[in-house]
Design a protein around this ligand. Structure first.
Ligand code: HEC
Ligand code: HEC
Length: 349
């Protein structure tokens, strides 16, 4: 960075308050997301009036469109009926629904799932492979660049708060954008620290708030009752979702057209945390914690597309990649989950 632009960046960042901190701590280990209690006070993501002009603004808008209408990338990259926004709600802005502004500043990071340090790009590729049951776009594909631009803009606007001025936003190269913001050499982080920002990460609302261990073991029969009372009206009696004009208005929860056995949501704990904060739609914490555990158990003991890491042996896949709260490989109602799974990315071009 030359001196003049460094000074200008310094000026534009000088007003950031210490409450909006960025982490520069070294790579944290995180198989599942680090989850905390619901905080009650969350930073506000920027509105469309804060969109930067020119080429970068266009990337952000395209990234947003891919995020809310990921089906536009079907059948090339998407193998089910979902859109990213079905789980990362309100355009990836909603706290406690794995918001993008918090995610962007948390990569690169080590992930046990693939045993190495993942860039932001690789994290999104993972959601294409598992949550979208598809084929991830390759390194540097414009779709990944645009999705990262959208997340970067949200992150920078959210962490900078009301002072955010898109006209003086640093525009990283595509290569830099894809890495994510948790780096000492990230331009935004550097300038932020130089102007007195605190190195302690504060992204309340990241991931989902963790629930305590259930009082009673999660139970499929009780979960079915919760499902019939609270969920079936939108998601259908058989978890199949509902379509209007051939597009889902209520996404499917199990069956061939939803997330596969490698996705985060197939872990009963992850689904329970998500559901407790986000479902039924628009009624956070309507369910008791026990009900959230039970209904998550009910969802995640149904067949869905195969774990794409399965090389032919259910036992191997179970042993290598499942355990904890995953029900893959377990026997339910006389059949073993994962044996009657649906294909991966069935609608490839
Ligand atoms: C079926 C639900 C679902 C869909 C659809 C989905 N995701 Fe995710 N995503 C998750 C879950 C669950 C996690 C949390 C990861 C975990 O615990 O394994 C996550 C995590 C992430 C993260 C990291 C969050 C963090 O704080 O570290 C990013 C970024 C992300 N998803 C982007 C996307 C993108 C982009 C798409 C669309 C291409 C997408 N997701 C589609 C469920 C989904
Ligand atoms: C009023 C309708 C409605 C009700 C009731 C409802 N949902 Fe949803 N659900 C939705 C919509 C709509 C989305 C997608 C959100 C979006 O795109 O913003 C969704 C998304 C989801 C997802 C993530 C996407 C996917 O397909 O896996 C899960 C899991 C889920 N709901 C579970 C439940 C459970 C469990 C209940 C009952 C406790 C429930 N929902 C009740 C409308 C509803």
């Amino acid at each position: 960075m030359n001196r003049i632009s460094a000074i200008m960046l310094g000026l534009s960042l000088a007003n950031i308050t210490a409450a909006h901190a960025v982490d520069t701590a070294k790579l944290a280990i995180q198989e599942e997301l680090p989850v905390g209690k619901a905080a009650g006070d969350y930073p506000a993501p920027p509105g469309w009036d804060k969109l930067p002009e020119g080429e970068f603004g266009e990337k952000v808008v395209r990234g947003y469109n891919y995020f809310v209408n990921t089906q536009s990338l079907s059948p090339e990259f998407v193998g089910n009926g979902l859109n990213c926004v079905n789980c990362h709600m309100d355009g990836g802005k909603k706290e406690n629904a794995a918001p993008l502004w918090a995610a962007y500043m948390s990569y690169p990071a080590y992930r046990k799932k693939n045993d190495r340090i993942n860039s932001y790009e690789e994290r999104i590729q993972g959601c294409f492979l598992y949550s979208m049951n598809g084929t991830p776009p390759e390194h540097m594909n414009p779709v990944l660049v645009d999705l990262s631009a959208y997340a970067y803009w949200l992150a920078q606007g959210t962490l900078t708060g009301e002072q955010f001025d898109p006209a003086s936003m640093t525009i990283p190269s595509d290569e830099d954008l894809l890495k994510g913001g948790k780096r000492d050499d990230f331009p935004f982080t550097q300038a932020y620290l130089a102007t007195g920002g605190s190195a302690e990460l504060k992204t309340p609302g990241r991931g989902y708030p963790k629930l305590s261990e259930p009082e009673q073991a999660p139970d499929i029969a009780r979960g079915k009752q919760v499902y019939e009372q609270e969920c079936a009206v939108c998601h259908g009696a058989n978890g199949e979702g509902q379509k209007v004009n051939d597009r889902y208005v209520f996404p499917p929860l199990w069956g061939p057209d939803t997330y596969n056995w490698g996705a985060g949501m197939q872990r009963v704990n992850t689904a329970a945390y998500f559901i407790h904060q986000n479902m039924p739609l628009g009624q956070p914490e309507k369910l008791t914690e026990q009900q959230a555990w039970d209904v998550a158990m009910f969802l995640d003991t149904h067949e869905r597309p195969q774990d794409p890491r399965n090389q032919g042996s259910l036992e191997d896949t179970t042993e290598k990649f499942h355990g904890g709260f995953s029900q893959y490989g377990k026997e339910v109602n006389g059949s073993v989950l994962g044996t009657a799974s649906y294909p991966n990315h069935p609608n490839k071009p």
